[in-house]
Design a protein around this ligand. Sequence first.
Ligand code: KG4
Ligand code: ZN
Length: 336
Amino acid sequence: MNQIINILAIESSCDETSAAIIQDGKILSNVIASQKVHESYGGVVPELASRAHEKVIVSIVQESLINANISKNELTAIAVTQGPGLLGSLLVGGCFAKSISYAYHIPLIQVNHMEAHIYANFIESPVPEFPFLCLTVSGGHTQIIMVNNYFELELLGETQDDAVGEAFDKIAKLLGLPYPGGPLLDKLAKTGSPSAFEFPIAEMKNYDFSFSGIKTFVSNFVDKNIKKDNEFVKNNLNDLCASIQNVLIETLMLKLIKASKNTNIKNIAIAGGVAANSELRKRIIENEATLGWKTYIPKFEYCTDNAAMIAITAYLKYKLGKTQSNYEVPNPRMQL
Ligand code: KG4
Ligand code: ZN
């Protein structure tokens, strides 16, 4: 009889504390606690983030075990995010996972957070066929990755400055929206016109991106218009959101379409927090009819930070025998 594989996975790289249980490749639970403490600062404060992880990690892990109806003695392995992320936050999850691994004599599987975002596409069927291109878009990353096989990834291009999620958040902030602004900007854009205002797209080589210029452009544009009309932002908020979202998503689509044409790969996946954006999801799917793409989009809860994506990545690693013998220190700048 085959042994049942139960893996407990922990994610604590930024401002979400999450724990998930995966059994033989099926997610049984995925508990996420989002930290509210950063809202009044307009961005994540690293020291506050690590303290908030410490406060909830035990109860989040317990809840994930209860929801999955699994006891600690039944665990086959424990998985945790190694990086990239905030060092203090990564250490909280890393030390917790290391202790469980020692105490219960089970292997520890450390996972790359960005790789895990991609494998969120393998949580539910249909899973992407190899090779596929993945547009990974989050608060810290904007990458186009060619995935040739399990754990055979090739970075085709990435942002040279701000990530697209960061651009969403920073622009939302200068429009007076609370952090994180991305989801709210998406919501307000629904009742605005994407062609109300025209914003430029940064020209970058190959498959690279740049999003810091658009933030400065919008800032200057808003300042100029406020001089003429004090209520400019308030009176045009939805149109501003729709026009900004339009240029940000258009920038991503242009490079993704270019990569698909040049590599002749039509299996296209998206991943990361910005993959929750309704306009991006719509445009990706539209290309099924126009460009013959086969597209893969994770469920909303598997796009933003969650432990289920760490769990599926760890499960795939375990099945492929990619386990490790030593605990490696968290790596805030971990590359793919
Ligand atoms: O992957 P994620 O949860 O954390 C990181 O690893 O960074 O991504 C968070 C980012 C934030 O910048 C947030 O504003 C953005 O994803 N985001 C969105 C939406 N939902 C989350 N951006 C645009 N539209 C959304 N609906
Ligand atoms: Zn993330």
